[in-house]
Design a protein around this ligand. Structure first.
Ligand SMILES: [Zn+2]
Length: 320
């Protein structure tokens, strides 16, 4: 409805920033839930509509090739979806098809078998504890569990505690937790092989996101490389095609990964690796440290303007 006002403003902002830039947006999960990784389904669809109205959605692979050839359309954007949860297939995929947009799905392959990743295991377990469980003592701390909000805050605090541990230590702590509160019966919430094949055959990109979603910087180099390479091979076996891209778990440079992991990703045979640091991709950027950015706004003008500002580089200079 505001397109006659928004379009010229966006054109102006993007014109200042120069051409041949690719904006890569990151999403995780769709649905009403308890953490910031979830986006409301209606808002997701709305954002797809705004992306089509004011920007030029391209697939990630196509966008990177066009950029090297200097042929990217203005305001080119590519969509990426991290982790590999089931709503990638049941909610996101139908909306992408409906709006004829191609996205790339970065999948942590341990979820294929277990049905969820480690943080979902912790939060689902705590949130679904029997109502008479009123307190949890864990690793030297006590957490009240009487209300839903207390349970939510407990699961967040434990996830934060476990997140920056090595895989080995993480596993030890989760075992300790489950020993105390019992092994939950959680339903399978992750993509399966057939769904990955269907996504791939529909033209969607399939990318790696390690096996166990570790903080790479908390692992030794051999483990970090094995995490990246094994997820690549597993996904290649499923789709029968090379998997060229990886997204670093958590993805903040010098916190979650560093230069060494960029080298390791290259050694694994990836062509590009994506962080979660804010920015857009320029032709001369290091392909093993590509930046992404997702505006979170629920209004057309704010969403579009924030994304346009990201292209100009102004956004990260002003707010990062
Ligand atoms: Zn992730």
């Amino acid at each position: 409805m505001f397109s006659h006002i928004i379009a010229p403003v966006l054109n102006g902002v993007v014109a200042v920033s120069g051409e041949n830039k690719l904006g890569v947006l990151t999403y995780h999960r769709i649905g009403a839930s308890y953490n910031q990784n979830f986006m409301d389904e209606h808002l997701f669809e709305q954002q797809l509509i705004w992306l089509k109205r004011y920007f030029n959605p391209v697939s990630l692979a196509e966008g990177l090739v066009l950029q090297q050839q200097g042929k990217l359309p203005k305001r080119a954007v590519a969509i990426t979806i991290d982790d590999g949860y089931l709503d990638s297939y049941t909610k996101i995929f139908p909306l992408l098809k409906k709006h004829k947009i191609t996205a790339t799905f970065f999948i942590s392959t341990s979820g294929l078998k277990s049905g969820f990743l480690w943080d979902e295991l912790i939060s689902s377990t705590i949130l679904t504890l029997a109502v008479n469980v009123s307190e949890l003592s864990f690793d030297g701390d006590k957490y009240p569990l009487t209300t839903y909000n207390q349970r939510l805050s407990c699961s967040k605090l434990i996830i934060e505690k476990v997140k920056y541990c090595s895989l080995q230590e993480r596993e030890r702590l989760i075992k300790l937790l489950l020993k105390q509160i019992g092994q939950p019966e959680l339903c399978h919430q992750f993509l399966d092989e057939e769904q990955i094949i269907t996504l791939h055959q529909a033209g969607m990109g399939i990318g790696a996101h390690t096996v166990n979603h570790p903080i790479l910087a908390c692992e030794d180099n051999a483990t970090a490389k094995a995490e990246m390479l094994k997820s690549k091979r597993q996904l290649e076996d499923i789709i029968g095609k090379p998997v060229d891209f990886i997204a670093y778990p958590n993805g903040k440079k010098n916190i979650d990964f560093n230069e060494k992991h960029q080298e390791l990703a290259k050694e694994c045979g990836f062509k590009a690796a994506f962080s979660s640091d804010w920015g857009c991709i320029n032709k001369s950027d290091d392909p093993f440290y590509f930046k992404r950015f997702t505006p979170w706004d629920a209004t057309e003008a704010k969403f579009s303007l924030r994304l346009a500002l990201n292209f100009s580089g102004l956004y990260t200079r002003l707010f990062n």
